[in-house]
Design a protein around this ligand. Structure first.
Ligand code: GUN
Ligand code: FE
Length: 426
């Protein structure tokens, strides 16, 4: 497929976490799926490329969802009256057990992928279920849709009902190896990622084996960290030898560092030592504000993470979160940060639009390499937004039109979508 073209429109992208660059009637040059930069006039050397003119539309980088559970998609918007551990037992585990049935998996994952395709997310880090077959189906569907993703077959060999728990570490590890062998080179934009569910779900034997698989296959890792007070207390009981929750992953070599890119979802209650280690190890934080509201986990200290220049992006955490929209996650991140400032810690200033947009694009995108911006050398993921159905009598500068799209847009405003230079909607 041809991946050489020019996009024309009102271009918005993050330079850094404080600044969004806005350029009206600008040109993004794409060569072999990679941005050559944003220009006010087409440079001579690219004059022959096909021009795709999006008129008065906005062009923004594709949004990044650093944390979402695909088999919980069918359950979004339901069962929001419990905290994490009860919610898992009552709602998440029974739903995920259904993915042993591959017909159910095909149907439900088909709906999940359709939703992601028509939304503004171009890349995601996705938890599947513990089932190898269903996880393979999900990866196949994502690939067919042209989306980019890391996908994890979930590991869980303790503290879950018999109908879902893996029999033992050995079974979990041999399933994982089989799945890695089958999928690691099968797709271009869809890749496997190691996914121990969280410490309470994984025996020490399983964690040790996953640490070995990580070294052998050099796969990235995703899991949950310091989400809920009862969960954290439980981890202390299960791993009395650990300094903190993060240390329970690090003990097995599953907590960042140069050869083990890692995403930890939530980090609502990380203490100073855990934060220091995450920073040193370059662990990516997936901030999931809507989930943290729905299952009453709390408000993560995102201002602290940004001030420390940590790696951070946004996650929808379906179905703890009920909306798969990363625009919605930006708004939630801004709103809960203001509540934290008002109610909990007046030293931690609330977030602004620029910071939320950064986390949703360049911040989360960094996990995938040069992703999440239109600067030269970035993979060209773009979403085209038409805001003419949100009329306004006053003149608005482009920055303000972007802010309104973040607060007010939905899938109906998306008129084009590119992933690594590939137009996936037409
Ligand atoms: N911790 C372990 N599993 C889960 C899950 O499915 N959702 C959330 N929010 N937290 C978890
Ligand atoms: Fe989660």
């Amino acid at each position: 497929m041809e991946k050489n073209f020019i996009l024309k429109g009102n271009v918005c992208y993050s330079k850094d976490k404080e600044n969004v660059i806005t350029k009206e009637n600008a040109y993004i040059i794409c060569v072999n799926g990679i941005s050559k930069g944003v220009f006010e006039v087409i440079p001579e050397e690219y004059a022959d490329l096909a021009l795709i003119d999006y008129g008065d539309c906005l062009i923004v980088p594709g949004l990044i969802d650093l944390h979402i559970h695909a088999p919980q998609f069918a359950y979004r918007g339901l069962g929001m009256d419990m905290e994490l551990l009860d919610w898992l037992n009552e709602h998440a585990f029974p739903e995920e057990a259904k993915y042993a049935d591959e017909d159910y998996a095909k149907k439900a994952y088909g709906m999940f992928v359709e939703d992601m395709k028509k939304g503004a997310t171009t890349r995601a880090c996705i938890f599947a279920s513990r089932h190898v077959g269903g996880t393979g189906i999900l990866m196949e569907l994502l690939d067919q849709a042209g989306l980019a993703a890391y996908v994890g077959k979930v590991n869980m060999d303790r503290n879950a009902p018999d109908y879902l728990r893996e029999k033992d570490a050995q079974e979990s590890l041999s399933d994982t190896r089989e799945w890695i062998e089958d999928t690691q080179n099968r797709y271009v934009k869809v890749k496997p990622m190691l996914t121990p569910r969280f410490i309470p779900s994984c025996t020490d034997d399983l964690m040790k084996g996953l640490g070995e698989l990580q070294k052998e296959y050099q796969l990235p890792v995703q899991s949950h960290l310091s989400e809920n007070p009862s969960e954290i207390k439980w981890v202390q009981e299960l791993c009395p030898w650990s300094d903190n929750y993060g240390d329970a992953y690090e003990h097995f070599g599953l907590f960042g560092g140069d050869t083990c890119p890692t995403i930890m979802a939530h980090c609502v209650y990380s203490d100073e030592a855990e934060i220091r280690r995450m920073k040193e190890q370059g662990v990516f934080i997936a901030h999931c504000p809507q989930s943290n509201e729905n299952i009453a986990s709390g408000i993560a200290p995102v201002r602290t993470y940004l001030d420390l220049d940590m790696n951070i992006g946004l996650g929808s955490d379906i179905a703890g979160g009920s909306s798969s929209s990363i625009f919605r996650a930006m708004v939630d991140a801004i709103q809960v940060s203001k509540l934290r400032w008002r109610l909990q810690d007046s030293d931690l200033k609330g977030l602004n639009m620029e910071e939320a947009f950064y986390m949703a694009t360049k911040g989360g995108g960094a996990f995938f390499g040069n992703v999440g911006s239109f600067e030269e050398g970035y993979e060209l993921d773009a979403v085209i937004l038409d805001d003419k159905t949100l009329p306004h009598p006053q003149e608005l500068i482009l920055r303000d039109r972007l802010e309104r799209m973040i607060y007010l847009s939905d899938d109906r405003h998306i008129v084009g979508k590119y992933v690594a230079g590939e137009d996936i909607l037409s």
